[in-house]
Every structure is written in C-alpha cells, then in structure tokens.
Ligand binder design. Structure first.
Ligand code: GUN
Length: 292
C-alpha cells in the first residue's frame, strides 16, 4: 500500500512555481498578486485564508487579505468585489465561503470576473471546464487530478466512484474524470439517496470520498487493490490535542488502508494540494493578464 503524500507533492509544486516566479521577476516584471476576502470569524475559514497567504509567500507572490466583520452588507461586499475586478494590480482573488446568511453567495460568486476567478466557482468557468475549454478549474478537483497524475495512477477506462455531489468537489470531479482529456474514466456519482451505495463503492478502481461524514467509508466498501482519495476534513473533538480537535477524513483510514493499493491520508493528502492549485491558478491568471 502506497501513501499518496499530498504535503510533499504540494511542496514540490510550490517550489516549481517559486522558481518560475523568480525567473519572471528577474526579467523585470512584477510578481503575481492574489487577494483573499474573509468575512467574519469562522475558525476554519480563518485557518484556510491564513494558509493561502502563507502559500503566496512560499511561491513569491504578492498577497492582500481583506477582512470584514460579518455585519458587512451584501451591497458593500459586492462593491469590494467590483474594486478587485477593476484593480489591475490584482491578478486573481477569492471570497472565502461560507458567507453570513444575509449575503447571497451565488450573487457574490457571479460578480467576480471569470478571468480573476481563481477558485473556478463562476458559472462561466464551471461551464467552460465541463465542455473541455480552457478555464479555471476549482482547486480541490484539480489537486486530486494532479495527485493521480504525479503518482502515475492509471485512470483511463477505470471505474471511478465519487461519494458526494457538491458544486465544489463532487460535480466538477465527476466532470473531469469522465472527460477524455483529463480522467477518461467511467464515473459513478453516489449521494445520500443512492441505492446499494456500499456495493457501488466496492466496484470502484478509484474511490473519491467527498461527503464530509467522518470515517464513513469502511473496509467493506472498498475493493482490494483500489485507490482511495479522501477529501473529508471534519474537525472532531480530541482531548489529546492542544487545540481540542483533530481532522478526520471521510475514510476509516486504519481499516481501509491495508486493502488499498494507494490512499491519501488526512491531514497531508488532498488538503495541501488544494491551496497549491489555487497558487497555480493565480499564476495562470497572472500570465493571461500579463500575456507572457
Ligand atoms: N470554502 C471552503 N473551500 C473553499 C475554497 O476552495 N474557496 C473558497 N472561496 N471558499 C472555500
């Protein structure tokens, strides 16, 4: 059984990005610049955004963090988006989700210019990706695809089961894995109303779990020799940890890992790749802007 080391792979890709940025800056051009908008004080969101800023530093990017209290109105937030859209010094930006209930997330997402939407959440990017046109691909599915490629895991013609149908992971993952130019696989998407869910999972050569249900995938759901990708990162209470919690994936790692040919751990699997792919998308946005 092979551990798919997302942390090491992400570190390697960030080093590649840094080398490319150093080369660009040495030629006299400015560095890529990512902005992140954070509303409120959600613990998870604050951590994610902090890690995104740190990743910018590691890649030699400029970064700007715009923080607002959760009393900000929808109109004020839409104005912030508008300013970022029109700021030529910003190549790409993200508005960290979730947003407070009084703000329409879809409206905010659709206000971001598709060419600055490095999250790949705008319907234009989602649509372009789904018909195989150049687009910003959302970071988690792109990170998983990159891990499969870098670990030389064959996907062509393989049975891929995806647990979860979210807009951020399940749906784009399914779209990518089925397309000839990406996964070229046979894809099954499973969700809360799927019949024979365990049996369907057991058919899969590659099982991708993205439902946010801690340790949902048990040994009886995995075909011996399968590749298992765990997207879950649920905070579960853990009195032995200084911060009082640990991250638990969607897969019961101890029970499932002995069966697999390869598996991503939590933490250290898909998570670090997600931020790394955001950096890659930002570099792409910069290149399109600068027309390098
Ligand atoms: N919330 C959880 N994941 C993400 C992400 O990838 N981007 C944004 N903007 N918000 C998130």
């Amino acid at each position: 059984m092979q551990i798919i080391d997302g942390k090491a792979t992400a570190a390697q890709i960030k080093a590649e990005i840094k080398a490319e940025v150093e080369h660009i800056v040495a030629s006299g051009a400015r560095a890529p610049h990512l902005a992140a908008v954070l509303v409120g004080h959600d613990g998870g969101s604050e951590t994610y955004v902090r890690n995104k800023v740190l990743a910018c530093e590691a890649c030699g990017f400029e970064s700007t963090l715009l923080k607002f209290e959760d009393t900000i109105t929808e109109e004020e937030l839409l104005n912030v988006v508008d300013q970022l859209n029109n700021n030529p010094a910003i190549d790409g930006f993200i508005v960290q989700l979730p947003l407070p209930k009084h703000i329409d997330e879809q409206k905010v997402t659709e206000a971001i210019l598709p060419e600055k939407d490095v999250d790949g959440f705008h319907p234009v990017n989602v649509g372009r990706m789904s018909i195989g046109l150049p687009a910003f691909i959302s970071a988690t599915p792109l990170g998983i695809l990159t891990l499969l490629q870098r670990y030389n895991i064959p996907t062509k013609g393989k049975k891929v089961a995806i647990l979860g149908r979210s807009n951020i992971v399940g749906k784009p993952m399914a779209s990518l894995m089925m397309q000839k130019q990406y996964g070229d696989s046979t894809v099954t998407v499973l969700h809360s109303h799927s019949e024979n869910l365990a049996e369907e999972c057991r058919q899969a050569d590659i099982l991708i779990a993205a439902i946010g249900s801690p340790a949902f995938v048990t040994a009886d759901m995995v075909k011996p020799g399968a590749v298992v990708i765990d997207v879950g990162t649920t905070r579960v209470p853990d009195a032995t940890r200084a911060n009082g919690f640990r991250l638990q994936g969607d897969v019961d790692f101890n029970a499932v890992s002995p069966l697999c040919s390869a598996i991503t751990p939590v933490p250290g699997g898909v998570g670090p790749m997600t931020i790394c792919m955001l950096m890659l998308n930002t570099l792409q946005a910069y290149k399109q802007f600068a027309k390098l």
